[in-house]
Design a protein around this ligand. Structure first.
Ligand code: C5P
Length: 244
């Protein structure tokens, strides 16, 4: 497989319950997709071999482990991700500096592995934050956590498209800003409803808006994986940001 021409800044989320469904989508996208996100559902159902195989076929794999554990366990999980050949792994910045530093140090032995900090998951609203005792609104909280992540040495952050601009201004040119919560106009992801709901993304935005605001990568799930023609949907996403 030759994925060298695929735009690796567009990461397709393999949110499937089993390996055959994931493999069917990967086969369908073929060379058109260079980067996949594997999350807890598929990793748990299909096991790590799938990640090794994707890497072996030339894909980059973002292993979305969303780590929030004691530093020793975080470090172990990051090393395991590095040994699988993952390119990106996530840690919750809400867990504090200790676990982010542990992740960054563990990743040092894997030069291709980048540690990304989750700030506020895109489904959370101000009232969700208030429920867990955080008085800041999501925008403030995202910036606060991103600053903490940068100080801990993380390679970048995960944030909603709406937050990409303020984050780029805060972090400067180099850090990665990876944005899920990307939807295409006129496409309602499965799980969303017909009255404009965005499939669980409280702070969604278009691919063009995300890249334009400074995102380095976007993560797209159901808009591609549940589309009748996933290759066409992926092309639409690439052209939404003006093509390559
Ligand atoms: O909604 P979509 O299918 O495009 O989701 C792709 C990825 O975006 C998911 O794997 C999930 O990790 C992330 N996501 C998120 N916040 C949401 C919904 C999805 O971060 N509210």
């Amino acid at each position: 497989m030759d994925t060298t021409t695929a735009d690796r800044r567009i990461i397709v989320a393999l949110d499937f319950a089993d390996r055959p469904d994931a493999e069917a989508l990967v086969a369908r996208l073929g060379d058109a997709c260079g980067s996949y996100k594997v999350g807890l559902e598929l990793l748990t159902a299909a096991g790590p071999d799938l990640v090794r195989e994707l890497v072996g076929r030339g894909h980059e794999v973002f292993l979305d482990l969303k780590l929030f554990e004691i530093p020793n366990s975080v470090a172990g999980a990051v090393r395991a991700a590095g040994a699988l050949g993952a390119s990106m792994v996530t840690v919750h910045s809400m867990g504090g500096t200790g676990i982010m530093t542990a992740a960054v140090e563990a990743a040092r032995e894997f030069p291709g592995l980048r540690v990304l900090a989750l700030t506020v998951v895109t489904s959370m609203t101000g009232s969700d934050l208030a429920d867990i005792g955080i008085g800041a609104d999501p925008d403030e909280q995202v910036l606060r956590l991103a600053r903490l992540a940068a100080e801990a040495g993380c390679d970048g952050v995960i944030a909603s498209p709406r937050e990409a601009g303020p984050l780029r201004a805060l972090l400067g040119r180099d850090p990665l800003i990876v944005t899920p919560g990307v939807t295409l106009a006129g496409v309602t992801p499965a799980g969303g409803d017909s009255d404009g709901d965005t499939g669980g993304h409280a702070r969604a935005g278009s691919p063009w808006a995300a890249f334009g605001a400074g995102a380095s990568h976007i993560v797209v799930g159901r808009s591609v994986t549940r589309a009748p023609d996933p290759v066409a949907a992926l092309r639409r996403i690439a052209s939404d940001r003006g093509g390559r």
